[in-house]
Design a protein around this ligand. Structure first.
Ligand code: NCD
Length: 328
């Protein structure tokens, strides 16, 4: 296993399968009355968030605490970053405190890579979203959710997302979730289709391992999962479509469109959802929508990533009896 997790493209199929299988073991811990493992006892993990986050931040923190790590939360707002401090100085401050892992979210694409390849800090770096570039743990939790919903819990991965047809709809241009998902799903053998207005597709998308369509209605019936993406207004400096109404009408998922999907197919969303824009409330609240499940799965997947990257001890999830012994 690698030392850092910067991009979903860096994961081999074996790495990805190992993370997903380990996450399945971690998920079983969540069913126990005591949800804590001693795995990262004595290790310090910093959550370094320069950009807003709800789900990702909370879920990393829950994962770290379930593995008994010491957790330090850092948000740029209210820190010396607002006084102009650089990433380098922030990193060196953390290094001085002896941190073992840094979970970083940053508005600049490449910031986690810069940190991992610098000599500012010796810790393991995990990318929790950088600009429009990558969000690898999101892709892993999405793959985990698809595997559970479309293949079954005990599939024992291997090639099991092979041939599954996954459609990503919306603001692909600004979406690190889309980039990470395309990379990982391709590695796992799934067939990906991107649906977006031409203005919200990046230059060079024809070289991505994915099909492109401008017509959502033509792909729904052929999809095993449809992942809706938020229109990332905060990253837009121009008008990319005429009006919100026009966008929802052409690219939004509503009940009528959902009915075109095969019965087993699921609707996914990384959150935060903008109800009424890319997804209607009835679809967001339906049983077929996995948004809440994705959040729960995020904790298990992030536990697996932290455990594997920090080279935890022999067994990731010792049996409850063994744990009692150890904590004496
Ligand atoms: C996404 C993100 O921040 O990249 N959300 C998330 O991590 N759950 C997607 C988004 O903001 O739309």
């Amino acid at each position: 296993m690698m030392r850092h997790l910067i991009s979903a493209a860096d994961l081999t199929r074996d790495d990805a399968v190992l993370i997903l299988d380990t996450a399945e073991e971690m998920a079983r811990v969540a069913d126990r009355p005591i949800k804590k493992l001693p795995t990262l006892r004595g290790r310090t993990v910093v959550n370094l968030f320069f950009e807003d986050s709800t789900r990702t931040r909370i879920s990393f923190e829950a994962a770290e605490k379930r593995l008994s790590a010491d957790v330090i939360n850092f948000t740029a707002k209210g820190s010396s970053v607002s006084k102009g401090e650089s990433l380098k100085d922030t990193a060196q401050t953390l290094e001085a405190m002896g941190v073992d892992a840094v979970v970083i979210r940053h508005g600049a694409s490449g910031a986690p890579y810069r940190l991992a390849t610098s000599d500012w800090i010796d810790a393991t770096v995990i990318n929790a979203g950088d600009g429009t570039h990558q969000h690898p743990t999101q892709a892993l939790l999405d793959a985990f959710t698809m595997r559970r919903r479309l293949v079954g819990r005990d599939a024992g991965l291997g090639r099991d997302l092979e041939g599954k047809r996954i459609t990503l709809v919306g603001d692909v241009l600004h979406s690190r979730v889309a980039r990470s998902n395309v990379d990982l799903l391709h590695t796992l053998g799934a067939e990906v289709t991107l649906v977006a207005p031409p203005t919200l597709l990046p230059i060079g998308v024809e070289h991505w391992p994915a099909h492109v369509s401008y017509d959502i209605d033509s792909v729904l019936a052929k999809s095993d999962a449809v992942m809706m993406l938020r229109v990332q207004r905060e990253r837009m400096n121009a008008a990319f479509f005429p009006t919100e109404r026009e966008y929802s009408r052409r690219y939004g998922l509503n009940g009528e469109r959902m009915a075109k999907m095969p019965e087993h197919a699921v609707v996914m969303h990384p959150g935060p959802m903008v109800r009424g824009m890319e997804i209607t409330a009835d679809v967001a609240d339906s049983d077929r929508c996995t948004v809440v499940e994705q959040v729960a799965n995020g904790v298990s997947v992030r536990m697996a990533v932290l455990y594997l990257l920090l080279g935890g001890n022999e067994s990731a999830t010792p049996a409850p009896a063994a744990r009692t012994e150890e904590s004496k």
